[in-house]
Design a protein around this ligand. Sequence first.
Ligand code: AMP
Length: 467
Amino acid sequence: MLFFDLGLAPELLRAIADQGYTDPTPVQAKAIPPILQGQDVMAAAQTGTGKTAGFTLPMLQRLKEFANSSVSPARHPVRALILTPTRELAAQVQDSVKTYGKHIALRSAVVYGGVHIDPQIAELRAGVEILVATPGRLLDHLGQKTVNLSQVQFLVLDEADRMLDMGFLPDIKRILSVLPAKRQSLLFSATYSDDIRGLAKQFLTNPVSVEVARRNSVIETVTHLVYKVEGTAKRDLLTHLIKSRDMRQVLVFCNTKIGANRLAYKLDKDGVGAAAIHSDRTQGERMQALAEFKEGKTKVLVATDIAARGLDIEQLPFVVNFDLPGSPEDYVHRVGRTGRAGLTGEAISLVSDEERDDLAAIEKLLKIKLPVQDPGQFARERVSAPRGGSRRPEGRPAARRDEHRRDTHRAAPPRTTAPSADPLFSRPYIPSSEETQTATTVAPARGPKKEIAALFLPPAPAEKQDA
Ligand code: AMP
């Protein structure tokens, strides 16, 4: 099937061609026709499947009749609202709106917390048809009466499961209560839980259900690898893997902000350029860290789950779980940062003994046994030159969900000026070298194996995927 066959307007087909895309992805092929017909849609789509264009393209087509270049704000009421859980995702979605809508005279804006509200107010005052927002900041605008949503006819809840995880349900309900009842609504979610189905029941009308991948599955182009390792040895193993495999773009997940900071600092000390990205950093710092990572200036970006969703880093070859996530669904989202748009990627998890249950929960959700890798040369080096026991363990922390901080006006005031229209997220990824990283596995240990029980847990026997 070609985009042409979907009945999209010539302006949109031109914008798609400008991107170099010819064939719709499965979620686009399934979601676009019913959305164009005005139906509500509930879509379960994995991250990286092209779902943003899946709702942005038909939304633009449905709003096309309102396109105009009048300077009067009254001619540009908010007609479409897209809610996303994180600021980064909001910025990326608006970027897609601009990319695909560049030949149509519709205005868009993005509002999220952590940056000054005044430029957002000015933009809203001038009038925009399409508003992308995080719930907390949108409620601020509603409270200050700086936005009017009474003419919204198109609503998208993007990454709905994440919004529920982050405790946004009351905010979403308050926002929905000020929208016109007569509207088209879409819900996109990476995973389907009973809560998501409940939400869909509440605010969708006879939705068409679109499912493009096995429930809660992860992208097939991703190679999974587990190293069973003591918490205290994780950092050294990570440094070893990055250096010995010459990894150049690695997104590492920690469960806490303090853990992420500490790991980034220590990796930097080990000679591996690293930066941290989490909710305690200002929006300016987050954007800078992400930009430098995308440009290849920083090899390793250590993130909390705030970065697990939405970020589209083209050709990201490696994701590492330094801590296993507390919920198996988060594994899906973290791993979804790699293997995007058909490219291969590798997901490496460093698993300590205390994380055994979490690993089992992930394997149960994915219905696969994750292959366990022998730490090989690294283990032998550790055995021949073990470190003293004075180092603080960097294993899993007690609090897992402290990142799920809401994006409200209570967020720390920014230390940098507000970013403009977030070109950062649209800038293409520039690899630091022409060499392409491929998802290879670590070379098996050479020479006789030594007893490494003190540092590493024994690998489980290899099992085949069972589904
Ligand atoms: P998303 O899941 O919306 O974050 O999209 C993942 C990536 O796929 C983005 O970099 C898109 O630009 C890209 N993409 C979207 N649609 C297509 C398509 N039809 N063909 C190729 N790449 C696409």
